[in-house]
Design a protein around this ligand. Sequence first.
Ligand SMILES: *[C@@H]1O[C@H](CO)[C@@H](O)[C@H](O)[C@H]1NC(C)=O
Length: 263
Amino acid sequence: MKLLWRLLLLVLMSTKQSVAQTEDGSELAEGESAEASVVKLGVPDTRQSCAMWMGGVPGTPGHSGLPGRDGRDGLAGPKGDKGDQGQPGEKGEHGEKAEPGLPGPRGFPGTPGVQGSPGNSPASHHSAFSVGLTSPVSATNVPIRFNKVFLNEQRHYDGISGKFRCVLPGVYFFTYHFTIYPRDAKVGLYRNDRPVLFTYDQYKERDLDQASGSVLLKLQAGDEVWLQVYGEEEFSGIYSDNTNDSTFTGFLLYPDFTEENST
Ligand SMILES: *[C@@H]1O[C@H](CO)[C@@H](O)[C@H](O)[C@H]1NC(C)=O
């Protein structure tokens, strides 16, 4: 360091010397026109040369100067390397429900089904009768015996007892149409010794009345249905002759073979 300072001082001094020489030169230039100046040029400046030779020991270096002002910002550096890939973000919310799509194309026809098993014979599900009177009813409180047969193929109606006997369980329709003459008539439709339907006609003198009734009943095999005069002879006005009929009709509306087909 000290060496560096000494070197710096030496350089400074030599520079000063050269400056002094230049000053001399300029003085020469001013006095170029004067002859005396030519003489002056040949005489060396003793004072200056003496100063050079008599130079003392160099002084100690001065204190360090104050820090200089901050420099200006440098130029922008080169672009850095590419950074690492970041972590994936959080899952987003569910989107809105979309509109239903268009219907798809029509499918191919299916394979034909297996042939079904044969059904029961229709004849086995038949039950129907239609009968009438050939003469007025005289007996009371006993089944009316219809002996004029319009239809009784299955013979489920018994003309001797006057009762229909159910063979096929199911729902039956019964209807009757009476000519009433010459007294009142009151008739009941019975099922198994109990009247379930009544028809009453109050006879008017010199007149010919009609009375009728009908009902649907669910029957089990073995059930019996019939008509009979309800009361004494005064209500036995059920009449019939060659041109005025009284009829009783019944038939199976539909069969019902389930277990609980009672009442
Ligand atoms: C039965 O009807 C006929 C007409 O068809 C009538 O002449 C006759 O008087 C009727 N019988 C009774 C008892 O009214």
